[in-house]
Design a protein around this ligand. Structure first.
Ligand code: DX5
Ligand code: ZN
Length: 221
């Protein structure tokens, strides 16, 4: 895989929300490829983050940017239309809330967005296979979702390798949780091409340096 294919997506979950527009401008100016929106409902995960209003604010702050919405919520179909109207380009749902993942993927696509499927670290990879042909991306969770700043779980790398062998070239393998300069290379070697980072990018004051450190580990300058 060429290094151009690797994309790094800051998750605004770790941004300073008192100055969200400036935070978004800062990471995009520093070379981030697109933005990841971690949407949590306090039900599927033990945390509440944000929803359509902040999604619309991100869209306004970054008009041409791909907005990658990760729905850690129990009812993706209930809120997807509003999130898409607010500016989300892709909607990623959790297999743990989708008894019929193929149907969920089709229904989301009918709303006019790109579609992703994701699974928690403890969820067997076989569960998502019925929807694999119907999604644009698979997101492998490398922490138990709910909070940024957790430790990367290397045991999910076997899932990545398995999925990489099954995905078409036009489908993306994204990884989320604990990605930093010490872990990003392992994820790339396991087949991932999209990398979500919250604390590793928004934590340090110099976001350009943070992105450069990540890209160096991917073999890019
Ligand atoms: C998990 C979220 C992640 C998380 C990433 O709850 O889906 O996007 O915030 O945070 P870091 O990069 O700090 O592990
Ligand atoms: Zn996420």
């Amino acid at each position: 895989m060429t290094t151009d294919a690797f994309k790094i997506a800051p998750s605004i979950l770790s941004a300073d929300f008192t100055r969200l527009g400036a935070e978004i401008a800062d990471v995009l100016d520093a070379g981030a490829d697109f933005l990841h929106l971690d949407i949590m409902d306090g039900h599927f995960v033990p945390n509440i983050s944000f929803g359509p209003a902040i999604t619309a604010a991100a869209r306004a702050a970054a008009p041409g940017c791909h907005l990658d919405a990760h729905l850690m919520i129990s009812e993706p179909l209930r809120y997807a239309p509003e999130l898409i109207a607010a500016g989300a380009d892709s909607i990623t749902f959790h297999i743990e809330v989708a008894p019929d993942p193929a149907d969920m993927a089709k229904r989301l696509r009918d709303l006019g967005c790109r579609v992703g499927i994701t699974l928690n670290p403890a969820t067997p990879v076989e569960t998502i296979l019925p929807a694999l042909d119907l999604v644009d991306l698979v997101l492998v969770m490398s922490v138990v979702p709910g909070f940024s700043g957790q430790k990367f779980m290397p045991e999910v790398l076997d899932k990545c390798r398995f999925l990489k062998s099954r995905l078409r070239p036009d489908q993306h393998l994204e990884i989320d949780g604990g990605i930093n300069p010490d872990t990003i290379r392992q994820a790339a070697d396991a087949g991932c091409d999209w990398f979500v980072c919250a604390s590793a990018i928004f934590g340090p004051p110099d976001r350009r340096a943070a992105l450069t450190a990540l890209r160096r580990r991917l073999g890019a300058s």
